[in-house]
Design a protein around this ligand. Structure first.
Ligand SMILES: [Zn+2]
Length: 425
């Protein structure tokens, strides 16, 4: 089969020696894990990214025919930041290359000033189009509400014909919590193991990675761009161990999607390849509706870990940040806030606590709108519902104030230049 390895038109950067250099074997570290490395090289920069995983998974990856898949997926945004041709010194699967072509097209449309077309030129292209598939799955699992919902839904047979056979969990260490916060990471890991075990999932893979440290200057765009690509990239190191699907818990429902965003149903599935499908789960449910479903798993709710802003020793929730307050309100709306008493310092929230929440982004505003919508559907009229109404009515995000200024500017323009000229501009 003759396949052209380049799938984008070459650009002005084409002659630069950009490459992903991927050694064929991992190396044992003092912590007992095996380190896989990838050198990200451009004409004026050279950085070594590493991922550490357990020996058995490392050996399976070393024996796999397409060793370049995981690194290509993981570093796709870094390559798009540079643009042009990237040589990949490892084989890559054809179906991944095809999907990434559409994936990059979407994000370049959304971020034309930040991202650029790339030509991926692997050492070899593996035709995987006829490879067998099955329902075996990994679940991205940090202990948060979205992933808890997905793990519970699939293990209790509530995902209909899309129910997947979850055989293990996956946790990326060094992403939301830095590798330097060992105690927090250990707490998050131990908690995730207990939650999964309660659902009958005995295996949790923890992969440590220095991505956030190496590309520190881009960490502000973690949510906006790269978080799912990096998570799916790390998880796909485990694909050769026999997992054909990755369940990634959704963060926003279909009716209030934030687009563009690093994870949403338009592009999530384009991080897939034939034998490793990235399956975004739960977009049909708001966060409060997920909380309502989770009432069927009290143990899981009592161990939820939602706080990444001020994680406490052992990975516990602070109870004071926006995410903690929102989670308390999600469960309060469905009459189950008492289930959170095991994982929050307190489930009490004053009127001031609610009214002072900072709706910093449109996606946060959407989150509280769906909460209020849920309350209205259930005819809830407690004082705290009024506080949420107040929050949405009087606490505007910074963007709203800019738009307001723009309306004033528009009126002034019309006074001096007339209505038609404004429209033409
Ligand atoms: Zn918190």
């Amino acid at each position: 089969m003759n396949i052209d390895p380049g799938f984008r038109i070459r650009t002005m950067w084409a002659d630069m020696p950009s490459a992903l250099d991927i050694p064929k074997t991992g190396h044992l570290q003092s912590n007992g894990l095996h380190r896989l490395t990838c050198t990200f090289q451009t004409d004026d920069d050279r950085r070594e990214v590493w991922a550490e995983l357990e020996e058995q998974a490392c050996r399976a990856w070393e024996d796999s025919p397409a060793r370049g898949d995981a690194w290509t997926r993981l570093l796709i945004f870094e390559m798009m930041r540079i643009g042009g041709e990237f040589r990949i010194n490892a084989p890559v699967s054809l179906t991944l290359l095809r999907n990434l072509e559409n994936f990059t097209e979407a994000f370049i449309k959304w971020y034309p000033d930040k991202l650029h077309p790339v030509t991926l030129t692997p050492e070899q292209i593996i035709d995987d189009t006829q490879d067998p598939v099955d329902d075996s799955a990994l679940v991205c699992f940090s202990g948060g509400l979205d992933v808890a919902f997905s793990a519970y839904r699939h293990t209790s047979g509530q995902a209909g014909r899309n129910t997947l056979n979850i055989k293990a969990g996956f946790l990326g260490a060094g992403l939301d919590v830095p590798l330097t916060k060992e105690q927090v990471l250990l707490g998050v890991e131990e908690n995730a193991r207990l939650m999964l075990k309660d659902l009958g999932i005995d295996k949790l893979y923890v992969i440590r990675c220095n991505y956030q440290h190496i590309f520190l200057e881009h960490s502000a765009l973690w949510g906006e761009l790269s978080h799912l690509a990096v998570l799916a990239g790390l998880a796909s190191f485990l694909a050769p161990s026999g997992y054909r699907n990755l369940i990634a818990g959704s963060s926003a429902p279909y009716d209030t999607l934030t687009i563009p965003w690093g994870s949403q149903p338009i592009t999530d599935h384009l991080l897939s390849q034939r034998q490793f499908r990235v399956y975004p789960d739960g977009h049909g449910f708001s966060r409060t509706e997920k909380a309502e479903k989770l009432k069927g798993w009290p143990f899981g709710v009592s161990r939820l870990r939602v706080c990444w802003e001020n994680p406490q020793p052992g990975g516990k929730n602070c109870g004071h940040c926006e995410k903690c307050k929102r989670t308390i309100l999600n469960f309060r709306a469905c009459g189950a806030e008492h289930l959170l008493e095991g994982c929050m310092p307190s489930v009490e929230l004053s009127s001031r606590d609610i009214r002072s929440i900072d709706l910093a982004t449109p996606s946060l505003r959407h989150a509280y709108q769906t909460l209020l919508q849920f309350c209205r559907q259930r005819h809830l009229s407690e004082p705290w519902v009024k506080d949420v109404e107040f929050l949405l009515t009087y606490r505007k995000p910074a963007l709203w104030h800019l738009c307001r200024k723009r309306r004033i500017t528009r009126k002034l323009y019309r006074i001096f230049f007339g209505r038609q000229n404004w429209k033409l501009n």
